[in-house]
Unconditional design. Structure first.
Length: 251
């Protein structure tokens, strides 16, 4: 590592990655936002899925103040975050074939919906099969992944393919294989992952694009407001009533 505190160097690395995705993924971000807007305008529903830490960026756009009320979390038991015990079980489940199909078959997804699949490596069976099966059901699939993994690692899916190979639109997070931005002579392993920062920013950029695209068509974006501002709960109740048939995180 060069001069500067570890904190400074991490911020520099994260800002550099954000600048790269802003510039290099602009067209894909626009396409993804417009795909979500198309889905909403056509009466479709929106879903997001991620396993392990990739689930953090998926959860960040669900039931979110300032976010689209129609974004639902497609949850796979045991892989959403690191709350399962032991945590290593979640990693193991990502490599289990057939799990994605079982989840989709028992979920509310249907043809005409859109699914965002977030997977840093895109190499495990779960995200690959999730994309394949979702498209077979008639969903549009947006993949958020690091394309570098496809050239520097091998797939863990029987087809030898990666998430990026089965998407309508791919957003490349530019994260280096291993997801660690810093090294130090006194520390034996690279450290300081930035994938959550970058992937969450990509997701919010897509959401912002979708909201603006809907407004541009004369459709009020179904946005949620913070419950901590006056009138927020009343606003949200109205939105949830209007779109009750497309929101699955409430009864």
């Amino acid at each position: 590592m060069s001069d500067g505190t570890p904190a400074d160097l991490f911020f520099d690395a994260a800002i550099g990655l954000l600048q790269r995705v802003r510039e290099e993924e602009a067209e894909s971000i626009a396409a993804a936002g417009n795909l979500l807007a198309d889905t909403v305008a056509a009466g479709g529903r929106l879903f997001a899925f991620g396993a392990g830490h990739s689930s953090l960026a998926a959860q960040d756009v669900v039931y979110r103040a300032g976010g689209l009320a129609l974004m639902n979390l497609l949850a796979v038991p045991g892989v959403v975050g690191v709350d399962v015990t032991p945590a290593t079980l979640g990693s193991a489940l990502e490599r289990v074939g057939g799990l994605a199909g079982a989840v989709l078959d028992t979920s509310p997804v249907r043809s005409g919906d859109a699914l965002v699949i977030i997977s840093l490596s895109g190499r495990n069976a779960l995200p690959v099969e999730m994309a394949v099966n979702a498209r077979a059901l008639g969903l549009k699939v947006i993949g958020v992944t690091s394309v570098a993994y496809a050239s520097q690692t091998t797939s863990r899916h029987s087809s030898g393919t990666f998430l990026k190979d089965h998407c309508d639109i791919v957003l490349d997070s530019k994260i280096a294989v291993g997801d660690a931005e810093l090294t130090l002579d006194t520390i034996p392993a690279p450290f300081a992952p930035a994938s959550t920062v970058v992937t969450a920013a990509l997701m919010q950029a897509v959401m912002a694009t979708a909201a603006a695209a809907l407004a541009g068509r004369g459709i009020e974006p179904p946005l949620l407001r913070s419950g901590n501002v006056d009138g927020g709960h009343e606003w949200n109740r109205r939105v949830m009533r209007e779109y009750a048939d497309r929101i699955f995180y409430r009864h």
